[in-house]
Unconditional design. Structure first.
Length: 547
């Protein structure tokens, strides 16, 4: 450790731990989605009802508390560590306040399920859910909405652990959630059967709803319980403390106020997005396909960008606290270049294997087309999305949440206009593709404006070098995707052959096509001697040495 808290070696070790946990969690997440598709299908009112109800808790949590946990806690806890008690009083009171508020909110939103669920849907029997599907989603809501409380406790504990440089548990805990949910799905299949038995929302019984919805909530509860086991590693002892005055929560509240506004904008756009998505026909890509493809889209970001940016954020906050703005600029530049290099490679592999991914998670020809098309539309915005994540944390490290809020408003206006265009112009089978593309366009606008404003604020963030390197990464990605698509053609991906004929063939094709694209991408970077390659591969080398 340096006086700044985390040296380069510590950053790499933390990134390795986070990446390893994320890889295991995401692998189980993919298995979870595959089992869900086997049990309920991908494009029907029944699965869309569950998908809608099971995503509402995370959306509502993000609205009421996500801003505080994602952007404010780490800098505040880093600063509180310099207090005479090591931050004990601040953390105890902050956690007590957060848990108390979110417990009350969890109860209220669960009771309000009949009001909340219809707010996110378009009505009518020819839409993705239909009237019976909306009623089913409300029933699922009673079981799923208590997750709001568990999400809050998980996020509060996780960000506190990160701020105290305990990085692993936050990314490993979701493994427990996935294990519980997969077990619930398998139990559901054993008792009630599999797709296509559950496409009609009217066929669902209270027992079926309880098993699936209750299993989803139990998974989030177990995920939260795992973090509690690691709390002692922070060096703090949690005791509920309801004396919330005089410990510095006011500054956290001011920062969180702008973040709350930013999350409000995000959630309003999600409402518009979900309502537009449900304009699709009953058997067209809609909510569940968007959820599945978003999981795939997030794979390179969560494994690569998140694992690198999380420890960097802790160090950037320490730089600002010490007045070392030059070091903050260096960390922003290096983290951007390394993250964009890695994410571009991951995105190229997924893009090349988009059709086998569709076959793996769908199966029916129309599902293959729907999933792969929506996935490609999301991937258009992958690099801006990851860059946006890093750039926002530059502002958050500075204690500035107002500027990201104003830029988020611009993004919200952009995506809303684009989504309204989709609602008015897109035919029902292409609604989900339009939603994904609108999201990508808005992310690109947001990332560009964030970069320009932050560069002015810091008198530069090494923008020219970042842009030049990104151009190299994109050129390498084009070569890699071309090679991967060529292999896909040989495997029958465009002619109904091996790559799409079965789940097993699709899985093998994902590995072969994606692996080919990654290998070509890496070879191009080695050939042009990209200097970021060594730093970017450090976490992988550490994992391999452990084995």
């Amino acid at each position: 450790m340096t006086e700044q808290g985390l040296d380069d070696g510590s950053i790499r070790r933390a990134s390795t731990t986070i990446a390893a946990g994320t890889i295991v969690s995401r692998a189980l997440g993919f298995l979870n989605v595959a089992v869900l598709a086997w049990v309920l299908g991908q494009q029907n009112p029944g699965v869309n009802a569950f998908a809608l109800a099971n995503t509402l808790p995370s959306n509502i949590f993000a609205l009421v508390a996500g801003g505080l946990t994602s952007a404010v806690l780490v800098p505040q806890i880093v600063r509180a560590a310099s207090h005479s008690d090591g931050g004990q009083a601040f953390v105890n009171r902050l956690l007590t306040l957060g848990i108390t508020l979110c417990l009350g909110i969890g109860v209220v939103v669960t009771i309000a399920a009949p009001v909340i669920v219809p707010f996110y849907t378009s009505q009518g029997n020819q839409t993705a859910l239909g009237d019976d599907g909306v009623a089913l989603a409300i029933a699922f809501g009673y079981w799923c909405l208590p997750q709001v409380f568990f999400y809050a406790v998980y996020a509060l504990l996780g960000e506190a652990l990160n701020a105290r440089k305990v990085f692993g548990p936050y990314t490993w805990a979701p493994v427990a959630n996935n294990v519980v949910l997969i077990s619930s799905l398998l139990a559901f299949a054993a008792v009630f059967g599999t797709d296509p038995a559950h496409r009609d929302p009217a066929s669902w019984t209270p027992q079926m709803i309880a098993l699936l919805g209750g299993g989803a909530t139990l998974g989030i509860a177990m995920q939260t319980a795992v973090l509690m086991l690691f709390w002692r590693r922070t060096g703090l002892t949690f005791r509920p403390d309801f004396h919330w005055r005089g410990v510095g929560l006011g500054s956290a509240g001011k920062s969180a106020g702008w973040m709350f506004g930013m999350i409000v904008v995000t959630q309003l756009t999600i409402v518009v997005q979900t309502r537009v998505a449900t304009l699709a026909g009953p058997l067209d890509p809609s909510v569940q396909v968007l959820n599945t493809t978003w999981l795939l889209f997030m794979l390179p970001h969560s494994i690569l960008a998140l694992s690198i940016a999380t420890p960097y954020f802790t160090r950037m906050s320490a730089h600002v606290h010490a007045g070392e703005i030059g070091l903050l600029r260096e960390d922003l530049s290096s983290s951007l270049r390394v993250i964009l290099m890695l994410v571009t490679g991951g995105g190229a592999a997924i893009a090349a294997a988009a059709i086998p991914f569709g076959a793996f998670f769908g199966g029916r020809p129309e599902e293959v087309v729907g999933i792969s098309s929506v996935l490609i539309a999301y991937l258009v915005g992958l690099l801006p999305f990851s860059a946006m994540f890093v750039l926002q944390r530059g502002f958050f490290a500075l204690g500035d949440t107002r500027t990201p809020f104003l830029i988020k408003v611009l993004q919200g206006v952009t995506v809303t206009v684009a989504l309204l265009g989709v609602a008015l112009l897109a035919p029902a089978p292409l609604v989900a593709v339009g939603v994904a593309l609108a999201t990508s366009i808005a992310s690109t606008v947001q990332a560009i404006v964030l970069a320009v404003v932050l560069a002015r604020r810091l008198e530069g963030i090494d923008s020219r070098r970042v842009v030049q390197r990104t151009a190299v990464f994109l050129a390498a990605a084009v070569v890699a995707i071309t090679a991967g698509v060529g292999v896909l053609a040989l495997l029958g991906g465009f002619s109904g052959g091996f790559a799409v004929a079965s789940t097993g063939g699709a899985f093998v094709s994902i590995v072969v096509v994606g692996g080919c694209a990654l290998a070509v991408y890496g070879a191009v970077l080695v050939a042009v001697r990209v200097p970021e390659l060594r730093a970017g591969l450090a976490p992988l080398r550490r994992i391999l040495r452990r084995r």
